[in-house]
Write a protein that binds this ligand. Structure first.
Ligand code: UDX
Length: 436
């Protein structure tokens, strides 16, 4: 099939590349010229395991990037993968969705008036509040079409569908090619068939449902996973107070197949581009529908408080933080990514700075990103963990990087051996966990 992917961010780029890998002819549209150039030269603008290999093998063959929407004319599917960033009140900003939809419509209108007729399906992959595909995307596409095509041509054949993504950063390529399920929301008919055909190369269970249900499935999945984490963190906080190992507890709890062992790891809370944003959007959606989402608000509340527990623990161990040298290991919101969006390290660094600590920090990939938030006058960024730990009064381990599990003699360079971990990964003695 010919597929146009609108948006070359994590979701669009990974989806576009993987669809090319499964044999489709894919064009990725982005507004940033440098990004388009990088993709067209086979270099991924973000780090994602396995992505570079796919770009190298498909670019120049059946994958390219473009600054314009020309490819929509010949495409069977236009996949909308633009961002839905949070507004100040937590609700999703749908501006980019609307403008992408209108641009797609304009291109369809132009193509039809040139006599290029075909059935095209507009598929929303971005995470959007229920109702967006029908109430915003559909009218925006039709507005775009209307601005370029005559009344006769407005009998144009366009289908609409919603197909949420469930990609984890760092494992996005693997998740796309081996998903637990593919959710296809549509009104049935040719749109459903088109999206089904797009996934022909991927063997897994399909769930066919309505468009708004598909939109809600994405928010609900992320909210449920975030709830599991906040729940584990709350239990972890209780366990720590009672002197019980929360990891032993959750191991036993997760053996119940109704609960499953995943996403029960207690720690400093969840970050990333999805969970905090999506739970906030769901809270805002609930409130605007007259529902008080008590549970979801608590999920966010536990998550906001959790990183500050690292600081409380630190103060319990070393007293006043002012003037003390604190090493922070791990800046990315999780391991295997250079992404710091909503990383739990951010509130921790902000609090340490506020309290007057001297901070050294190390992350295998995310240093450059964190420098844009806290410059080198506030945080001394080191080239490795050993340098960050040298002469430190205490150390906070924030991210689950596998290389931190091997740290040992590096801690000997600290002035005092106060080691607090926000994820359970260290194997050295004298460490203390945030909730274990
Ligand atoms: C998530 C969803 O998993 C994915 O399906 C969705 O499409 C996008 O959002 P991602 O944000 O990339 O993916 O990372 P994920 O691995 O889910 O972790 C999110 C956060 O939760 C990280 O900060 C991670 O450290 C934290 N986490 C995860 C925990 O604190 N405990 C756990 O047990 C698991």
């Amino acid at each position: 099939m010919k597929i146009t992917v609108v948006g070359g961010g994590y979701v669009g780029l990974v989806s576009g590349a993987c669809l090319a890998k499964t044999g489709h002819d894919v064009t990725i549209i982005d507004t940033i010229p440098q990004k388009v150039d990088m993709i067209n030269s086979g270099r991924p603008p973000i780090y994602e395991k396995g992505l570079e290999e796919i770009l190298k093998s498909c670019v120049g063959r059946n994958l390219c990037a473009s600054l314009n929407y020309d490819s929509v004319a010949e495409s069977d599917i236009a996949l909308i993968c633009v961002g839905t960033p949070p507004r100040p009140d937590g609700s999703a900003n749908l501006e980019y969705i609307e403008s992408a939809a209108e641009s797609i419509g304009r291109e369809i209108g132009k193509a039809e008036s040139r006599g290029v007729h075909r059935f095209r399906t507009v598929v929303v992959k971005s995470t959007v509040p229920p109702g967006t595909t029908e109430k915003i995307v559909f009218p925006a596409v039709m507005k775009g079409v209307g601005s370029c095509a005559t009344a006769d041509e407005l009998s144009i054949d366009i289908g609409f569908a919603m197909n949420p993504e469930f990609l984890r950063e760092g494992l996005a390529v693997e998740d796309f090619l081996n998903p637990d399920r593919i959710v296809i929301g549509s009104g049935g008919g040719k749109a459903k068939d088109a999206v089904t055909a797009m996934y022909e190369g991927i063997g897994t269970e399909r769930l066919y449902c309505g468009i708004t249900a598909a939109e809600m499935i994405k928010y609900t999945s992320n909210a449920f996973l975030a709830t599991k984490i906040s729940f584990s963190n709350e239990i972890g906080n209780i366990c720590k107070q009672l002197g019980i190992d929360v990891y032993e507890v959750m191991k036993g709890v997760g053996m119940d197949h109704r609960i499953s062992p995943f996403f029960l790891n207690a720690g400093a809370g969840f970050g990333g581009s999805c969970f905090p944003k999506d739970v906030s959007a769901l809270v805002s959606l609930a409130e605007s529908s007259g529902i008080d989402p008590v549970l979801l608000k608590s999920v966010l509340g536990v998550n906001d408080a959790q990183p500050l527990r690292m600081i409380e623990l630190l103060e319990k161990r070393i007293g006043d933080i002012s003037g003390k040298h604190i090493a922070v290991l791990g800046l990315a919101f999780k391991n295997d990514t250079d992404d710091i969006r909503d990383s739990r390290s951010i509130p921790v660094l902000a609090e340490l700075i506020k309290k007057g600590a001297k901070i050294t920090a190390y992350d295998p990939m995310a240093t450059a990103a964190m420098k844009t938030l806290f410059d080198e006058s506030k945080v001394i960024y080191c080239a490795n963990a050993k340098d960050a730990l040298k002469d430190a009064d205490a150390c906070l381990v924030m991210t689950e990087w596998p290389e931190f599990t091997k740290l040992d003699a590096e801690f000997d360079g600290m002035r005092s051996r106060v080691i607090i971990e926000g994820r359970r990964i260290l194997s050295v003695k004298d460490k203390e966990g945030i909730c274990w």
